[in-house]
Every structure is written in C-alpha cells, then in structure tokens.
Design a protein around this ligand. Structure first.
Ligand SMILES: NC(=O)c1ccc[n+]([C@@H]2O[C@H](COP(=O)([O-])OP(=O)(O)OC[C@H]3O[C@@H](n4cnc5c(N)ncnc54)[C@H](O)[C@@H]3O)[C@@H](O)[C@H]2O)c1
Length: 286
C-alpha cells in the first residue's frame, strides 16, 4: 500500500521552515492551514508559500497547476482552524516559552486523536510534552532546510509518545517522498550530533596541523564519499551556529563535544563561514 499524507494538515508559523513544510504537504495532496502570529506575518507567509509552490511548477516537480496548488493552502491567524487537522506541525522560532505556548494553543482546539509535532532542532520533546494535556500525541518532526528538496526528516520519539503516533508519522514522511529516520529524544538527535562530532574532530586536526582544510575535506569527500567535507559544511552552516550546538551538546553529553579553541577564535574574530566571507575557506558569494 502506498503511504498517504493526512487529508488536512495544520502548520503553526509560516517562516522559512513552516512555508517549506506547507509546500511539501500540498504537493503530497493535503489541504494545509497555516497560522501566523498576526496579519502582517500571515501576508508574508502567504507570499513565501505561493512563491515556493510556483517554483515547483517551474521546475516541473509537479504536474498540477499553480492555481490548484495555491488553492490548497489557507493562511490565517486563528488556531481554531486546526480543529479538523489530523496533524499539526509547530514551526515557530526556537524559543522554549514561545513553543510551549504555541503547542498548548494548538492542542486546545485539536481533536483528541490528532498528532501534534514540533520542528524544534534542539529542544527536548519531553520538555515540550510536559506542558500538554495529551503528551502521548506529541513527537518531533525535524525537517531540513530547504524542505521541498531535502530528502530527510528525523522522527523524534519522546518518552511519552504513543507508538501509533511514531508509526503514523513515519508513514506521512514516506508520503512526502522523504526518508524518515526514527530517533529517541536525545540531544542533537541523530543528524546534529553526528555532524557536529565529525566537524569538531576535523577542526582539532586542522589545529594540530595534521593536514590542510582542503585535504581534510578531500579525505572525507573522496575516501568516504561524503558530498561535502566537514570543514566546508561548517562554513556553509555557519561557525557560530555550530559553536552554539557544540556548547549545548557539551553541556548534555560531555567533554567530547568541547569546542576546539580554533572554532572559538574564528567566531570571536567574526569569521563565520560563507555568510561573512571567511571561515575555514575564503568565500566571495556569501
Ligand atoms: N532554518 C533552519 O535551517 C531550520 C532547520 C530545522 C529546524 N528548524 C527549526 O524550525 C523552527 C522555525 O525556524 P525558521 O527558520 O522557520 O524560523 P523563521 O523565523 O523563519 O519562522 C518562524 C515563523 O514563526 C512565526 N511566529 C512567531 N511567533 C508565532 C506565534 N506565536 N504563532 C504563530 N507563528 C509565529 C514568525 O512570524 C515566523 O514567520 C525553529 O524551531 C528552528 O529551530 C530550522
């Protein structure tokens, strides 16, 4: 049997990630309702989602017309529209208090058997579940940016997550044409933890003069078939972003995630990677 997406999906927060998530479910055949914080933000979200859907038509990733796709999305400011959604995904900014309030507001109008998901990149699902009346219906759905072309979603199971919720979410991810990896709620999930571990070791090797940045990256690209080496990836993600994740992982998982001095020094000097023009490499297109 082929996987199907929920008939109606709610998205809370139509920013970079929320717009991409809305896009992905529309293409999978869902009707999507997006709720923003105010009218101005709703206008911005509408523009973002429409532009993204038109992009898919231009690239030929769908045979549907732009009018048909756009008609499948409604953007507003009242969470009451989540009442008929089988799945609601929260994608508001990465702030604990904001997310807790947003999740509670969504849960209050959702039906008892609907699934609530958070797109958090770092807040434990168990922490978010504590504020809810039905913690068993919550899980993490960690999408990657840009959502429409990214092939991965981490399905993060909290201690309280009902088994049927994890199974349904895995099927919905398949309906989006993406690969689900199922992860127990733990710091950095699978992707950030492993990606940062590799990057920190590469930075330590550079610090110790083991090899040049280009040679360390080439070792992984050509020897292990990584599409992009760990130092170049860190330049693309942002050295400040990776330093922040490393500090959080050090606090929760221990000294093996202690950020190397070189990473701290580069961030302190404003060398943040591609976006600042220099990181481990020089960039002219940031
Ligand atoms: N950007 C990434 O690469 C990425 C990747 C994976 C996960 N995430 C996670 O996704 C979440 C969203 O990130 P983003 O990059 O899309 O942020 P963003 O700032 O682009 O979007 C957040 C949106 O939420 C809206 N918002 C704020 N308060 C709200 C409220 N109370 N109710 C409804 N909407 C509200 C904002 O108006 C904005 O449109 C964060 O938790 C982030 O950690 C981001």
């Amino acid at each position: 049997m082929t996987a199907t997406a929920p008939a109606r999906v709610g998205v809370l927060g139509g920013g970079r990630m929320g717009a991409g998530i809305a896009h992905a479910f529309v293409l999978a055949g869902s009707r999507v309702v997006v709720v923003e914080r105010d009218g101005a933000a709703a206008g911005e979200a509408t523009r973002r989602i429409h532009e993204s859907l038109h992009g898919s038509v231009r690239r030929g990733t769908t045979a549907r017309t732009p009018e048909d796709l756009v008609a499948a999305v409604d953007v507003g400011t009242d969470p009451a529209v989540f009442a008929g959604s089988g799945l609601v995904i929260e994608a508001v900014p990465e702030d604990r208090a904001l997310k807790l309030a947003a999740l509670r507001r969504a849960e209050a109008v959702m039906s008892a058997d609907a699934v609530l998901a958070s797109n958090t990149s770092s807040i434990p699902i168990d922490e978010l579940a504590r504020g809810l009346r039905r913690p068993g219906r919550l899980l993490g759905l960690h999408f990657f940016n840009p959502v429409p072309v990214s092939a991965l979603v981490e399905v993060v199971l909290g201690t309280a997550t009902d088994p049927d919720v994890g199974a349904a979410a895995t099927e919905w991810v398949a309906a989006l044409g993406k690969r689900a990896v199922v992860v127990r709620d733990s710091p950095g999930f699978a992707s950030s933890r492993l990606g940062v571990a590799l990057a920190l070791e590469a930075i330590r090797m550079l610090e110790e003069g083991v090899a040049s940045a280009a040679d360390i990256d080439a070792a992984m690209e050509l020897g292990y078939r990584h599409p992009v080496g760990p130092l170049r990836t860190t330049d693309l993600v942002g050295l400040d972003v990776r330093l922040g994740i490393a500090e959080e992982l050090r606090a929760t998982l221990g000294e093996r995630f202690a950020p190397p001095g070189l990473l701290r020094d580069l961030v302190a000097a404003g060398h943040l990677g591609r976006k600042s023009g220099r990181g481990f490499y020089e960039w002219s297109d940031g």
